[in-house]
Design a protein around this ligand. Structure first.
Ligand SMILES: [Zn+2]
Length: 124
């Protein structure tokens, strides 16, 4: 079962949609940071604390295996490779550069969608 998620965790939700307060009566209005959670597959509204969804945190990392080095490159070759990598990075924003090596994504799935997804997370 999904555990309770704190306010800070909810702020990172991929499918969270902020709700604007619409009440004008004396009752306390919802704060601006109230979030509507939706199932990433069927868009069903999810209720934090009701145990009706799973929070899924995906951490993807580019191939972490170090390259196989069969011979020692010259210092000049190493310097040229570093310069080439730096030149490549000049054209990228910091986020684009980070996205090339790792991504973290949080999604939520309702209790009906989760069992199918977890058995085949990469699809058919
Ligand atoms: Zn669903």
């Amino acid at each position: 079962m999904a555990g309770r998620v704190g306010r800070k965790d909810l702020d990172t939700v991929l499918f969270g949609v902020p709700l604007l307060p619409t009440r004008t009566d004396a009752e306390p209005a919802m704060s601006d940071d109230t979030i509507l959670l939706l199932c990433a597959r069927c868009l069903k509204t999810l209720t934090p604390g009701a145990g009706n969804f799973f929070q899924i945190e995906i951490h993807a990392v580019a191939d972490p295996t170090p390259p196989e080095i069969t011979e020692s490159p010259s210092l000049e070759t190493i310097r040229q490779e570093i310069q080439a990598q730096l030149k490549h990075l000049e054209d990228l924003s910091p986020q684009e550069a980070m996205d090339q090596i790792q991504r973290r994504v949080t999604i939520h799935l309702c209790n009906l969608c989760f069992p199918d997804w977890i058995e085949r997370p990469a699809g058919n």
